[in-house]
Design a protein around this ligand. Structure first.
Ligand code: DGL
Length: 269
């Protein structure tokens, strides 16, 4: 038993995809969320910059004495190996491992599409790990930076014209490739999963990397006997940028369940 909170971080609203799932499957756990919205997007930044951002984010959460951290960010998971995070002191769950494990069990045709930020796609993280698990798997990857901006702006409605057009354009090569499984390798993308599913067609399975990371975190807490008992009494959302915009998108995505009023966090001191 361990009653400390868990920490979840991302560059912004994308981390909510992990948070949503974790809050649902672990109702006793306290959660401290950090969205580094002031420095968002992460997906267009260089590796050394991403390393510094990850160190800052981990520091912030560890100052709050979390017992485990979910890095609900495909970009950090792909570009900053946990072993290089010298400040890391607690178990750390990234989005790559649970996602690729799910994909190998899901794909039948072994043709897998991958969408993520430019930094994630450039790293080859998902594609290389999949190949290591099954060398017959073929992948087609596309970097989709504008989808991060759309999600941060709250342009996520199923009927949003711009979101529909942008997503259709980005997914065209993956559709032509004929993938039966599509990795949403950026945690921002499941906020637009209805549009993505419509564009890809119902026969394509979408794999939500943030969701898979939340399930992995549950497994680790149980294996290490680190679960909390009693009802949740702490759920905190911290952002480094505009709190109002974050709250608006968060309350839509979390379907009003948690009445999000984020706090302004200064993580850079
Ligand atoms: N949500 C993050 C990811 O999964 C970062 C998106 C961004 O800030 O560019 O890659």
């Amino acid at each position: 038993m361990n009653s400390k909170p868990i920490g979840i971080f991302d560059s912004g609203v994308g981390g909510l995809t992990s948070a949503k799932q974790f809050l649902a499957i672990m109702p006793n756990e306290n959660v401290i969320f950090l969205g580094d919205t002031r420095r968002n997007p992460y997906g267009t930044k260089a590796k050394d910059t991403l390393m510094q951002y990850a160190i800052d984010d981990v520091d912030f959460l560890q100052r709050r004495d979390v017992k485990l951290i979910i890095v609900a960010c495909g970009t950090i998971s792909s570009n900053v190996p946990a072993a290089r995070l010298k400040n890391l002191k607690v178990p750390y769950v990234d989005v790559i491992t649970p996602t690729v494990n799910k994909v190998v069990k899901t794909t039948k045709t072994k043709k897998v599409g991958i969408i993520g930020t430019p930094a994630t796609i450039k790293s080859g993280s998902f594609a290389n790990r999949l190949k290591r698990l099954d060398k017959e798997i073929e992948t087609m990857s596309v970097g989709c930076p504008m989808m991060v901006t759309l999600a941060e702006n709250g342009d996520i409605d199923e009927n949003n014209f711009v979101a529909n057009s942008v997503i259709k354009e980005y997914l065209a090569p993956i559709k032509a490739f004929g993938a039966d499984t599509l990795i949403l390798g950026c945690t921002h993308f499941p906020l637009m999963s209805k549009i993505i599913q419509k564009v890809m067609g119902d026969e394509v399975t979408l794999i939500d990397s943030g969701y898979e990371a939340a399930i992995e975190a549950k497994k680790i807490l149980e294996q290490k006997d680190m679960c909390r008992e009693g009802e949740r009494d702490l759920l905190e959302f911290n952002v480094t940028g505009n709190t109002e915009k974050f709250d608006e998108v968060a309350n839509i995505f979390l379907e009003g369940k948690y009445d999000v009023h984020s706090k302004k966090a200064d993580i850079y001191d």
